[in-house]
Write a protein that binds this ligand. Structure first.
Ligand code: DLL
Length: 427
């Protein structure tokens, strides 16, 4: 089932919609945002040069630094009078990125989330517990408005208060829960401590997002909660959650291309990569009024697949995002992503899905210490598990951490609110 017919539109029809909306977006940006007017003038491109959606490639990129430099409202194309809501993404350093929405923008976003929910098999008869944080973070309110839009029941628990979340899940017989992947695991763990087995509750789906989740991590979630794990993607600069989601085929995330135009580029050169090749996701909003965004460098690594999905949707699918351009670790000449380490470590039945990576600099050399938690009740040989993990890391990634410590179940700090941190850079 689809929420909107455009989800199964022919590629030609879709292109027409994209072309018309791109032209309007560029015009809006040029006429109303001095930053874009300067950037387009510098690139020698005028709105009239955008005749076709492929002309998006003529446009300059927008970066997260541009959002920071234009703090707070330099990228707004409308007066505050027309803005009905503000969200912000904090990040770890510098000023937050502020995004405003007109009522029409909120409607577009709500519709995008509604499409996501339907793609995830959620309908008006379902109860959805929304455990994403409410507030400036887009997760809580973003999911909330979409859940109401499809006529389902939303339980706005927000982040944290995990024991109460477990009680609600059981007492209100929720059909689905929306939360980060790390929180889904924490919820299952807390439930177990309370004597509740989430697998025996009616909850059938977790809409996880806001953080990377490798396949082995998804399997852990599906197994520990007895659910289907559906990956939901989005970012504040574009709209929040709802840019793309997996359908029940779980084979890539459908991007709502009539609203958000995706490209994948080589992160080093900015040139488009071949279809199916991995690169950095670049997004252009096609309907936003308050903060139109041209070719935003998301930093997220993915691929695009234009084949029609078995679910019938023609909307392009992006691969699950498990790495960002800026989380590449370079340790003594070896390049690796934290997700690659996660995938290897979680292959082992004896370890729990909790780990941390500590980077230090000793005598001018970078060192990486990996700490991994053992499964609850583990009573085997720690030395043996350690040796097997080291061998596997070396075989798969040609990498050996300077230190690998296996710790007891429950030793690694859990994240109850916000996004999980697994890499600690002390350099
Ligand atoms: O995390 C929006 C969101 C809320 C998405 C709830 C899904 C669910 P930001 O805080 O601006 O917005 O962070 C955006 O988080 O560029 C990715 O690096 C990462 N991210 C978001 N969703 C996923 C995902 C929200 N499904 C940044 N898989 C993005 C991997 C994700 N990374």
């Amino acid at each position: 089932m689809v929420h909107r017919s455009v989800e199964t539109a022919s590629r030609e029809d879709l292109r027409e919609i994209q072309t018309e909306r791109l032209r309007e977006t560029v015009r809006n940006a040029y006429e109303n945002v001095p930053f874009y007017r300067d950037a387009l003038d510098d690139a020698g491109v005028s709105p009239a040069d955008v005749e076709d959606v492929d002309d998006v490639r003529k446009l300059p990129f927008t970066t997260k630094e541009d959002f920071r430099d234009e703090y707070p409202t330099g990228l707004f194309a409308v007066e505050m009078d027309d803005v009905v809501r503000i969200h912000a993404s904090s990040g770890t350093t510098g000023k937050p990125k502020i995004v405003g929405y007109t009522q029409a923008d909120l409607d577009v976003w709500t519709d995008a989330v509604a499409r996501c929910l339907v793609a995830a098999g959620i309908g008006s008869e379902d109860v959805v517990q929304n455990a994403y944080g409410y507030g400036l973070f887009t997760g809580g309110l973003g999911l909330h408005q979409g859940i109401e839009e499809i006529g389902a029941t939303v339980i706005p628990t927000g982040g944290g208060g995990t024991q109460r979340q477990v009680e609600m899940l059981a007492d209100l017989q929720s059909d689905a829960i929306a939360c980060t992947p790390s929180y889904a695991l924490y919820l299952a763990e807390t439930a177990a401590e309370m004597g509740v087995d989430v697998r025996e509750l009616p909850v059938r789906a977790v809409l996880f997002g806001a953080e990377p989740c490798t396949e082995p991590m998804r399997e852990e979630i599906e197994e520990r909660l007895g659910v289907t794990g559906i990956d939901l993607y989005g970012l504040s600069e574009i709209v929040g959650p709802g840019v793309s989601i997996e359908c029940l085929e779980q084979d890539g995330l459908h991007v709502w291309e009539d609203r958000f135009y995706p490209e994948v580029v080589d992160p080093a050169t900015g040139d488009p990569v071949e279809e199916g090749e991995e690169g950095e996701l670049v997004l252009t909003t096609l309907s936003k009024q308050a903060v139109p965004v041209l070719r935003y460098r998301t930093g997220d690594l993915t691929t695009l697949n234009y084949e029609t999905c078995d679910c019938g949707r023609t909307a392009v699918r992006m691969d699950n995002v498990t790495g960002r351009t800026d989380d590449l670790l370079i340790v003594r000449g070896v390049n690796l992503y934290p997700s690659e380490i996660e995938s290897v470590v979680l292959e082992f039945d004896d370890v729990a899905p909790y780990y941390r990576i500590d980077l230090r600099r000793e005598d001018e050399l970078d060192t990486l210490e990996l700490t991994v938690e053992l499964e609850e009740g583990f009573d085997g040989s720690v030395a043996d598990v350690r040796e097997r993990i080291l061998t596997r890391l070396s075989n798969v990634l040609s990498f050996t951490p300077d230190d690998l410590t296996l710790v007891e179940a429950g030793s690694i700090a859990r994240t109850e609110v916000g996004k999980v941190q697994r890499v600690y850079d002390h350099r």
